[in-house]
Design a protein around this ligand. Sequence first.
Ligand SMILES: [Zn+2]
Length: 182
Amino acid sequence: MRQFMAEVWWSSLTAAGLGLLDMLDPTERSRLESFERPADGGRFLVGAALLRVAVASHAGIAPADVSVDRTCSECGAPHGAPRIVNPRMAAPWVSVSHSGVLIVVALSTKGPIGVDVQRIADLNDPATAAEWVQQEALFKARSGGPAAGGSVCELQAPLAGYAAAAALPAREDLDIAFLNWP
Ligand SMILES: [Zn+2]
């Protein structure tokens, strides 16, 4: 069976700081200002920065030079799932998730990938946490596309009390490298 190369990058809210703003583009900075609760802004900030760090590391460019498009397919506002749109680059597929104090970014070079992390205490039924994150990850990998097949794997979150999963739309083995940032 073919191996499916992917990277999963973990970070946490403690990474949030004004220094990350330099990486963001004007659209991301104005989105950041729209959050009313500081924790929501912090999760977005670290997620946007981590996405850029992961793609930049993969592509050998600076984080600020990564071009991210979050145009929502429903309404056109910049709050949709991120896509990497750098010209002259074989852009990886990416997925971002955050919950509680954890932020995770998944990247793959061979096809759509979905990732989800969830603080278990925030769920109505904590017993369903593993199933919950797998469904969310699969949904993101399929991006609303055809629902046939798909493979999911459980991820070990770096903190206790969290469930996490990564998914591919096709039945291939996941060969995942794990990284922590910073
Ligand atoms: Zn929308």
